[in-house]
Design a protein around this ligand. Structure first.
Ligand SMILES: [Mn+2]
Length: 181
């Protein structure tokens, strides 16, 4: 079980933070956030996580892009939602001072591996959500790399939750249909 009150409070905070931001397909950014939270809630329920763990996982899911994409800071998250949530969201954020996308991904995974499974789960849910049909402007190479990166995420963080790991595995398999060999 999880706290519905916590869900509403954190969702509203994330909605305001992301404001007018859109997904690469032009949807309000909240569509992405809500899908990630939905995947995490489903996994929490199936794995019977206790309320504290489920609330941490769901809060991190709803907030996972606020440090990266908005002007919300670690300190604000710390003050409002506590240390575990702030640390989790920080680990889920890329360090943009690193010079390549690959280095940013590797660094984020390394930091996630120091976090609890509840935080790691969010990265699986994020990639599950992002393995919908790729945006029109992506070329074959980019689509291929995105699938490869998803397999890397699964191999590093798959232990965090069996349901999300299996679901990500299926999505990676299914993503093949977008790749031209
Ligand atoms: Mn995301």
């Amino acid at each position: 079980m999880f706290s519905q009150e916590n869900f509403v409070e954190v969702l509203n905070f994330a909605a305001l933070a992301h404001g007018e931001q859109k997904t690469p397909k032009g949807l309000p950014y909240l569509a992405h956030i809500t899908c990630v939270a939905m995947e995490v809630i489903n996994a929490c329920e199936k794995s019977s996580l206790d309320e504290a763990k489920a609330n941490l996982a769901i809060s991190c899911a709803l907030l996972h892009d606020v440090i990266e994409d908005t002007n919300i800071t670690y300190d604000e998250l710390y003050m409002k939602f506590g240390e575990d949530v702030a640390n989790g969201v920080e680990a889920l954020s890329k360090d943009i001072t690193l010079n390549s996308k690959q280095a940013q991904m590797k660094d984020s995974i390394e930091r996630l591996l120091t976090q609890s499974y509840e935080v790691q789960m969010v990265k699986l849910a994020d990639r599950i959500t992002n393995l919908q049909a790729p945006p029109e402007h992506w070329d074959n190479e980019k689509i291929k790399n995105y699938q490869k990166e998803a397999s890397f995420i699964l191999s590093c963080l798959g232990n965090s939750n069996i349901y999300l790991a299996n679901r990500l595995k299926e999505k990676i398999e299914d993503y093949k249909k977008y790749i031209k060999e």
